[in-house]
Design a protein around this ligand. Structure first.
Ligand SMILES: *[C@@H]1O[C@H](CO)[C@@H](O)[C@H](O)[C@H]1NC(C)=O
Ligand SMILES: *[C@@H]1O[C@H](CO)[C@@H](O)[C@H](O)[C@H]1NC(C)=O
Ligand SMILES: *[C@@H]1O[C@H](CO)[C@@H](O)[C@H](O)[C@H]1NC(C)=O
Ligand SMILES: *[C@@H]1O[C@H](CO)[C@@H](O)[C@H](O)[C@H]1NC(C)=O
Length: 358
Protein backbone atom coordinates (compact mmCIF):
# COMPACT_ATOMS: atom_id res chain seq x y z
CA UNK A 1 0.00 0.00 0.00
CA UNK A 2 1.10 3.47 -0.59
CA UNK A 3 4.03 2.13 -2.53
CA UNK A 4 5.47 3.30 0.64
CA UNK A 5 7.24 0.22 1.63
CA UNK A 6 9.60 0.15 4.45
CA UNK A 7 11.72 -2.00 2.20
CA UNK A 8 13.38 -4.58 4.28
CA UNK A 9 14.89 -7.86 3.55
CA UNK A 10 14.29 -9.98 6.57
CA UNK A 11 11.09 -11.43 7.83
CA UNK A 12 9.92 -10.01 11.09
CA UNK A 13 8.52 -13.12 12.59
CA UNK A 14 11.32 -15.31 11.40
CA UNK A 15 14.11 -13.22 12.80
CA UNK A 16 12.80 -11.12 15.57
CA UNK A 17 10.87 -13.35 17.86
CA UNK A 18 12.36 -11.73 20.89
CA UNK A 19 11.34 -8.31 19.74
CA UNK A 20 7.97 -9.49 18.58
CA UNK A 21 6.74 -12.20 20.89
CA UNK A 22 3.33 -11.42 19.39
CA UNK A 23 4.41 -13.36 16.38
CA UNK A 24 3.78 -16.49 18.35
CA UNK A 25 0.73 -15.70 20.37
CA UNK A 26 -1.03 -12.60 19.37
CA UNK A 27 -4.54 -13.31 20.43
CA UNK A 28 -3.45 -14.26 23.92
CA UNK A 29 -2.35 -10.71 24.50
CA UNK A 30 -5.56 -9.15 23.35
CA UNK A 31 -6.33 -6.12 25.38
CA UNK A 32 -9.80 -6.25 26.89
CA UNK A 33 -10.35 -2.57 26.23
CA UNK A 34 -9.22 -2.83 22.67
CA UNK A 35 -11.23 -1.91 19.67
CA UNK A 36 -13.25 -5.04 19.41
CA UNK A 37 -15.48 -3.63 16.74
CA UNK A 38 -12.51 -3.68 14.50
CA UNK A 39 -12.62 -7.41 14.21
CA UNK A 40 -11.70 -8.02 10.66
CA UNK A 41 -12.55 -11.34 9.15
CA UNK A 42 -9.13 -12.88 9.17
CA UNK A 43 -10.28 -16.11 7.61
CA UNK A 44 -10.23 -14.74 4.11
CA UNK A 45 -6.77 -14.87 2.79
CA UNK A 46 -7.59 -13.23 -0.46
CA UNK A 47 -9.72 -10.18 -0.49
CA UNK A 48 -11.86 -10.08 -3.53
CA UNK A 49 -11.66 -6.64 -5.00
CA UNK A 50 -15.29 -7.10 -5.93
CA UNK A 51 -16.14 -6.63 -2.29
CA UNK A 52 -14.80 -3.16 -2.39
CA UNK A 53 -17.00 -1.91 -5.19
CA UNK A 54 -19.47 -0.67 -2.67
CA UNK A 55 -16.82 1.64 -1.30
CA UNK A 56 -17.52 4.13 -4.02
CA UNK A 57 -21.08 4.68 -2.87
CA UNK A 58 -22.01 8.04 -1.42
CA UNK A 59 -23.51 6.67 1.71
CA UNK A 60 -20.42 7.18 3.85
CA UNK A 61 -20.80 9.25 6.98
CA UNK A 62 -18.11 10.17 9.42
CA UNK A 63 -18.42 8.59 12.88
CA UNK A 64 -16.77 11.04 15.17
CA UNK A 65 -17.32 8.95 18.26
CA UNK A 66 -15.51 6.00 16.75
CA UNK A 67 -12.74 8.19 15.42
CA UNK A 68 -12.16 9.68 18.88
CA UNK A 69 -12.20 6.22 20.36
CA UNK A 70 -9.52 5.02 17.95
CA UNK A 71 -7.37 8.07 18.62
CA UNK A 72 -7.55 7.45 22.32
CA UNK A 73 -6.62 3.81 21.93
CA UNK A 74 -3.68 4.55 19.68
CA UNK A 75 -2.44 7.03 22.24
CA UNK A 76 -2.07 4.17 24.66
CA UNK A 77 0.58 2.69 22.38
CA UNK A 78 2.32 5.73 21.00
CA UNK A 79 2.07 9.46 20.92
CA UNK A 80 2.44 10.36 17.26
CA UNK A 81 3.28 13.93 18.16
CA UNK A 82 6.36 12.64 19.93
CA UNK A 83 7.13 9.49 17.96
CA UNK A 84 6.99 11.21 14.60
CA UNK A 85 10.56 12.33 15.21
CA UNK A 86 13.59 11.94 17.37
CA UNK A 87 14.39 15.32 18.87
CA UNK A 88 17.71 17.06 19.06
CA UNK A 89 17.93 17.09 22.82
CA UNK A 90 17.92 13.32 23.02
CA UNK A 91 21.02 12.57 20.92
CA UNK A 92 24.40 13.95 20.00
CA UNK A 93 26.69 13.44 17.03
CA UNK A 94 28.53 10.12 17.22
CA UNK A 95 25.81 8.40 19.22
CA UNK A 96 25.30 4.84 18.18
CA UNK A 97 21.91 3.64 17.03
CA UNK A 98 20.78 0.07 16.58
CA UNK A 99 18.59 -0.36 13.52
CA UNK A 100 15.02 -1.20 14.37
CA UNK A 101 14.87 -4.28 12.16
CA UNK A 102 18.53 -5.15 11.99
CA UNK A 103 19.26 -5.03 15.67
CA UNK A 104 22.82 -6.21 15.30
CA UNK A 105 23.80 -3.45 12.94
CA UNK A 106 24.48 0.03 14.13
CA UNK A 107 24.97 3.45 12.70
CA UNK A 108 26.30 6.71 14.10
CA UNK A 109 24.47 9.96 14.32
CA UNK A 110 26.28 12.11 11.79
CA UNK A 111 26.88 15.82 12.21
CA UNK A 112 24.48 16.51 9.35
CA UNK A 113 21.76 14.35 10.77
CA UNK A 114 22.19 15.97 14.13
CA UNK A 115 21.89 19.42 12.59
CA UNK A 116 18.67 18.40 10.90
CA UNK A 117 16.99 16.86 13.93
CA UNK A 118 14.06 19.03 14.98
CA UNK A 119 14.18 20.66 18.39
CA UNK A 120 10.43 20.33 18.83
CA UNK A 121 8.01 17.96 17.16
CA UNK A 122 7.15 19.22 13.69
CA UNK A 123 3.54 18.33 14.48
CA UNK A 124 3.41 19.96 17.87
CA UNK A 125 -0.06 21.30 18.63
CA UNK A 126 -1.22 20.77 15.09
CA UNK A 127 -4.79 19.80 14.45
CA UNK A 128 -6.67 19.58 11.19
CA UNK A 129 -10.26 18.89 10.32
CA UNK A 130 -9.71 17.10 7.02
CA UNK A 131 -6.57 15.21 6.09
CA UNK A 132 -5.73 13.23 2.98
CA UNK A 133 -3.26 10.39 2.94
CA UNK A 134 -2.23 9.66 -0.61
CA UNK A 135 -0.99 6.18 -1.37
CA UNK A 136 0.84 5.52 -4.57
CA UNK A 137 -1.33 2.93 -6.28
CA UNK A 138 -2.02 3.16 -9.99
CA UNK A 139 -5.71 3.20 -9.07
CA UNK A 140 -5.25 6.99 -8.96
CA UNK A 141 -4.56 7.21 -12.68
CA UNK A 142 -7.45 8.87 -14.51
CA UNK A 143 -9.24 9.39 -11.21
CA UNK A 144 -9.34 13.20 -11.49
CA UNK A 145 -8.92 13.21 -7.72
CA UNK A 146 -6.29 15.96 -7.73
CA UNK A 147 -8.50 18.92 -6.81
CA UNK A 148 -10.35 16.93 -4.17
CA UNK A 149 -7.10 15.75 -2.58
CA UNK A 150 -5.72 19.28 -2.58
CA UNK A 151 -8.86 20.58 -0.89
CA UNK A 152 -7.90 18.88 2.38
CA UNK A 153 -6.33 20.87 5.19
CA UNK A 154 -3.34 18.58 5.45
CA UNK A 155 -2.00 16.27 2.76
CA UNK A 156 0.35 13.38 3.45
CA UNK A 157 2.23 11.67 0.63
CA UNK A 158 4.55 8.74 0.51
CA UNK A 159 8.06 8.16 -0.73
CA UNK A 160 8.52 11.42 -2.57
CA UNK A 161 6.04 10.25 -5.17
CA UNK A 162 6.12 12.60 -8.14
CA UNK A 163 3.15 14.94 -8.46
CA UNK A 164 4.04 17.38 -11.21
CA UNK A 165 3.06 15.21 -14.16
CA UNK A 166 0.07 13.68 -12.38
CA UNK A 167 -1.48 16.58 -10.52
CA UNK A 168 -4.91 16.16 -12.10
CA UNK A 169 -5.16 12.72 -10.55
CA UNK A 170 -3.07 13.03 -7.39
CA UNK A 171 -3.03 16.73 -6.57
CA UNK A 172 0.02 18.81 -5.70
CA UNK A 173 -0.38 19.97 -2.18
CA UNK A 174 2.01 18.29 0.26
CA UNK A 175 2.31 18.97 3.95
CA UNK A 176 4.18 15.84 4.90
CA UNK A 177 6.00 13.40 2.69
CA UNK A 178 7.90 10.28 3.60
CA UNK A 179 11.18 9.20 2.08
CA UNK A 180 12.61 5.76 2.59
CA UNK A 181 16.35 5.78 1.95
CA UNK A 182 15.75 3.34 -0.91
CA UNK A 183 13.92 6.05 -2.83
CA UNK A 184 17.20 7.77 -3.52
CA UNK A 185 18.31 4.63 -5.27
CA UNK A 186 15.10 3.62 -6.97
CA UNK A 187 13.72 6.92 -8.12
CA UNK A 188 16.88 9.00 -8.36
CA UNK A 189 19.48 6.51 -9.57
CA UNK A 190 21.60 6.90 -6.44
CA UNK A 191 22.42 10.41 -7.64
CA UNK A 192 25.01 9.00 -10.02
CA UNK A 193 25.12 12.07 -12.21
CA UNK A 194 24.73 15.80 -11.96
CA UNK A 195 21.39 15.42 -13.69
CA UNK A 196 20.00 13.02 -11.08
CA UNK A 197 21.33 15.16 -8.25
CA UNK A 198 19.58 18.15 -9.78
CA UNK A 199 16.39 16.24 -10.20
CA UNK A 200 16.48 15.09 -6.61
CA UNK A 201 17.29 18.56 -5.37
CA UNK A 202 14.43 20.06 -7.37
CA UNK A 203 12.05 17.50 -5.89
CA UNK A 204 13.18 18.43 -2.38
CA UNK A 205 12.94 22.13 -3.13
CA UNK A 206 9.42 21.70 -4.45
CA UNK A 207 8.38 20.57 -0.96
CA UNK A 208 8.66 24.15 0.27
CA UNK A 209 8.14 23.98 3.99
CA UNK A 210 6.67 20.48 4.22
CA UNK A 211 7.72 17.89 6.73
CA UNK A 212 10.14 15.43 5.14
CA UNK A 213 9.86 12.22 7.12
CA UNK A 214 12.89 9.95 6.76
CA UNK A 215 12.86 6.52 8.40
CA UNK A 216 16.63 6.48 8.65
CA UNK A 217 16.99 3.89 11.39
CA UNK A 218 14.67 1.11 10.29
CA UNK A 219 16.96 -1.09 8.24
CA UNK A 220 20.64 -1.03 7.54
CA UNK A 221 21.92 -0.16 4.13
CA UNK A 222 20.46 3.28 3.63
CA UNK A 223 23.01 5.23 5.62
CA UNK A 224 24.85 6.79 2.70
CA UNK A 225 21.70 7.69 0.86
CA UNK A 226 20.28 9.45 3.86
CA UNK A 227 23.58 11.29 4.26
CA UNK A 228 23.55 12.45 0.61
CA UNK A 229 20.04 13.77 1.00
CA UNK A 230 20.87 15.60 4.21
CA UNK A 231 24.00 17.11 2.70
CA UNK A 232 22.00 18.47 -0.22
CA UNK A 233 19.39 19.91 2.11
CA UNK A 234 22.03 21.69 4.18
CA UNK A 235 24.13 22.81 1.23
CA UNK A 236 21.19 24.37 -0.58
CA UNK A 237 19.27 25.36 2.55
CA UNK A 238 16.27 23.51 1.23
CA UNK A 239 13.09 24.62 2.94
CA UNK A 240 11.87 21.34 4.47
CA UNK A 241 11.29 20.32 8.04
CA UNK A 242 13.11 17.03 8.44
CA UNK A 243 11.80 14.40 10.83
CA UNK A 244 13.24 11.01 11.76
CA UNK A 245 10.79 8.56 13.32
CA UNK A 246 11.50 7.38 16.82
CA UNK A 247 12.99 3.96 17.30
CA UNK A 248 9.88 2.71 19.03
CA UNK A 249 7.34 3.86 16.46
CA UNK A 250 7.21 0.69 14.36
CA UNK A 251 6.81 -1.60 17.34
CA UNK A 252 4.18 0.59 18.90
CA UNK A 253 2.12 0.82 15.72
CA UNK A 254 2.37 -2.89 15.18
CA UNK A 255 1.43 -3.46 18.80
CA UNK A 256 -1.69 -1.35 18.44
CA UNK A 257 -2.90 -3.30 15.45
CA UNK A 258 -1.99 -6.66 16.93
CA UNK A 259 -3.96 -5.81 20.02
CA UNK A 260 -6.89 -5.19 17.74
CA UNK A 261 -6.40 -8.59 16.21
CA UNK A 262 -4.91 -7.31 12.99
CA UNK A 263 -1.86 -9.47 12.57
CA UNK A 264 0.24 -7.41 10.24
CA UNK A 265 3.83 -8.42 9.73
CA UNK A 266 5.29 -5.03 9.13
CA UNK A 267 3.09 -1.99 8.68
CA UNK A 268 3.32 -0.21 5.36
CA UNK A 269 4.11 3.47 5.42
CA UNK A 270 0.49 4.02 4.48
CA UNK A 271 -0.77 2.32 7.61
CA UNK A 272 1.87 4.08 9.69
CA UNK A 273 0.66 7.39 8.34
CA UNK A 274 -2.96 6.58 9.07
CA UNK A 275 -2.10 5.49 12.60
CA UNK A 276 -0.16 8.69 13.24
CA UNK A 277 -2.63 10.95 11.48
CA UNK A 278 -5.36 9.99 13.93
CA UNK A 279 -3.55 12.23 16.40
CA UNK A 280 -3.63 15.34 14.25
CA UNK A 281 -6.64 14.87 12.04
CA UNK A 282 -10.31 14.67 12.68
CA UNK A 283 -11.51 13.21 9.40
CA UNK A 284 -9.03 11.11 7.46
CA UNK A 285 -9.44 10.39 3.76
CA UNK A 286 -7.31 7.81 2.01
CA UNK A 287 -6.57 7.90 -1.70
CA UNK A 288 -4.42 5.61 -3.81
CA UNK A 289 -4.67 2.59 -1.55
CA UNK A 290 -5.31 -0.44 -3.70
CA UNK A 291 -3.20 -3.58 -3.17
CA UNK A 292 -4.64 -5.56 -6.07
CA UNK A 293 -3.47 -6.08 -9.62
CA UNK A 294 -6.93 -5.43 -11.05
CA UNK A 295 -9.54 -2.76 -10.46
CA UNK A 296 -13.18 -3.65 -9.67
CA UNK A 297 -13.90 -3.75 -13.39
CA UNK A 298 -11.04 -6.17 -13.97
CA UNK A 299 -8.67 -3.67 -15.59
CA UNK A 300 -4.96 -3.91 -14.67
CA UNK A 301 -3.78 -1.48 -12.00
CA UNK A 302 -0.16 -0.44 -11.66
CA UNK A 303 1.50 -0.87 -8.29
CA UNK A 304 2.72 2.72 -8.39
CA UNK A 305 1.04 5.35 -10.50
CA UNK A 306 4.40 6.71 -11.58
CA UNK A 307 6.67 3.75 -12.36
CA UNK A 308 6.67 0.16 -13.53
CA UNK A 309 7.58 -1.55 -10.29
CA UNK A 310 5.74 -4.80 -9.61
CA UNK A 311 4.71 -6.15 -6.24
CA UNK A 312 3.51 -9.52 -5.04
CA UNK A 313 0.65 -8.37 -2.87
CA UNK A 314 -0.18 -11.76 -1.46
CA UNK A 315 3.21 -13.44 -1.39
CA UNK A 316 4.09 -14.69 2.06
CA UNK A 317 7.66 -13.57 1.50
CA UNK A 318 6.62 -9.94 1.08
CA UNK A 319 7.42 -7.89 4.15
CA UNK A 320 3.96 -6.37 4.21
CA UNK A 321 0.48 -7.75 4.58
CA UNK A 322 -1.23 -5.35 2.26
CA UNK A 323 -4.48 -7.18 1.56
CA UNK A 324 -5.01 -7.61 5.30
CA UNK A 325 -4.25 -3.95 5.90
CA UNK A 326 -6.66 -3.05 3.15
CA UNK A 327 -9.37 -5.23 4.61
CA UNK A 328 -8.83 -3.49 7.92
CA UNK A 329 -9.12 -0.10 6.30
CA UNK A 330 -12.25 -1.27 4.49
CA UNK A 331 -13.78 -2.25 7.80
CA UNK A 332 -12.91 1.12 9.27
CA UNK A 333 -14.38 2.79 6.20
CA UNK A 334 -17.66 0.94 6.66
CA UNK A 335 -17.74 1.96 10.30
CA UNK A 336 -17.15 5.58 9.38
CA UNK A 337 -13.77 5.94 11.10
CA UNK A 338 -12.00 6.90 7.88
CA UNK A 339 -12.89 7.20 4.25
CA UNK A 340 -11.27 5.16 1.53
CA UNK A 341 -11.56 6.62 -1.94
CA UNK A 342 -11.02 4.03 -4.62
CA UNK A 343 -13.11 5.35 -7.45
CA UNK A 344 -12.91 8.33 -9.74
CA UNK A 345 -13.54 11.61 -8.02
CA UNK A 346 -15.67 13.32 -10.62
CA UNK A 347 -18.13 10.47 -10.20
CA UNK A 348 -18.51 11.21 -6.54
CA UNK A 349 -20.50 13.98 -5.02
CA UNK A 350 -19.17 17.43 -4.36
CA UNK A 351 -15.81 17.38 -2.63
CA UNK A 352 -15.66 17.94 1.09
CA UNK A 353 -14.94 21.62 0.70
CA UNK A 354 -18.62 22.51 0.89
CA UNK A 355 -19.29 20.36 3.90
CA UNK A 356 -16.35 21.91 5.60
CA UNK A 357 -17.63 25.46 5.47
CA UNK A 358 -20.48 24.51 7.76
C1 LIG B 1 -15.87 -9.55 -9.97
O1 LIG B 1 -17.19 -9.45 -10.47
C2 LIG B 1 -17.29 -9.55 -11.87
C3 LIG B 1 -18.74 -9.41 -12.26
O2 LIG B 1 -19.45 -8.68 -11.31
C4 LIG B 1 -16.73 -10.89 -12.33
O3 LIG B 1 -16.77 -10.97 -13.74
C5 LIG B 1 -15.31 -11.04 -11.86
O4 LIG B 1 -14.82 -12.31 -12.20
C6 LIG B 1 -15.24 -10.86 -10.36
N1 LIG B 1 -13.84 -10.90 -9.95
C7 LIG B 1 -13.43 -11.54 -8.86
C8 LIG B 1 -12.00 -11.52 -8.59
O5 LIG B 1 -14.20 -12.11 -8.12
C1 LIG C 1 -20.26 5.24 15.82
O1 LIG C 1 -19.38 4.37 16.46
C2 LIG C 1 -19.75 4.06 17.77
C3 LIG C 1 -18.59 3.31 18.40
O2 LIG C 1 -18.17 2.27 17.57
C4 LIG C 1 -21.05 3.28 17.73
O3 LIG C 1 -21.42 2.92 19.04
C5 LIG C 1 -22.10 4.14 17.08
O4 LIG C 1 -23.29 3.40 16.92
C6 LIG C 1 -21.64 4.63 15.74
N1 LIG C 1 -22.57 5.62 15.24
C7 LIG C 1 -23.14 5.55 14.07
C8 LIG C 1 -24.03 6.67 13.70
O5 LIG C 1 -22.91 4.63 13.31
C1 LIG D 1 30.94 5.46 15.24
O1 LIG D 1 31.54 6.16 16.26
C2 LIG D 1 32.49 5.41 16.95
C3 LIG D 1 32.99 6.23 18.14
O2 LIG D 1 32.98 7.60 17.85
C4 LIG D 1 33.64 5.04 16.00
O3 LIG D 1 34.60 4.26 16.67
C5 LIG D 1 33.06 4.25 14.84
O4 LIG D 1 34.07 4.01 13.90
C6 LIG D 1 31.93 5.01 14.20
N1 LIG D 1 31.31 4.16 13.23
C7 LIG D 1 30.97 4.60 12.04
C8 LIG D 1 30.29 3.61 11.15
O5 LIG D 1 31.16 5.73 11.68
C1 LIG E 1 -6.41 6.85 -18.80
O1 LIG E 1 -7.16 7.44 -19.84
C2 LIG E 1 -6.45 7.49 -21.06
C3 LIG E 1 -7.31 8.28 -22.05
O2 LIG E 1 -8.62 7.84 -22.02
C4 LIG E 1 -6.17 6.08 -21.53
O3 LIG E 1 -5.44 6.11 -22.73
C5 LIG E 1 -5.34 5.36 -20.47
O4 LIG E 1 -5.16 4.01 -20.83
C6 LIG E 1 -6.04 5.42 -19.13
N1 LIG E 1 -5.14 4.88 -18.12
C7 LIG E 1 -5.54 4.04 -17.19
C8 LIG E 1 -4.51 3.54 -16.25
O5 LIG E 1 -6.71 3.72 -17.06
Amino acid sequence: ICGCLILLLSELCANNLTLFPHCRKTAAHADPTSLTRLSVDVNHHHTSYNNTEKLSSNSWTFNKTLSNFIRKNILRFLDPERDISILKGTLKPGDIIHYVFDRHSTTNISENLYRLLPTVSPMKNQHYRHCAIVGNSGILLNSSCGPEIDSHDFVIRCNLAPVEDYFLDVGQRTNLVTMNPSVVQRAFMDLVSEEWRDRFLRRLQSLSGSVLWIPAFMAKGGEERVEWALRLILLHTVDVRTAFPSLRLLHAVRGYWLTNNVHIKRPTTGLLMYTMATRFCEEIHLYGFWPFPLDPQGKPVKYHYYDTLKYEYTSSSSPHTMPLEFRTLTTLHRQGALRLHTGACDAERRPQRELRSK
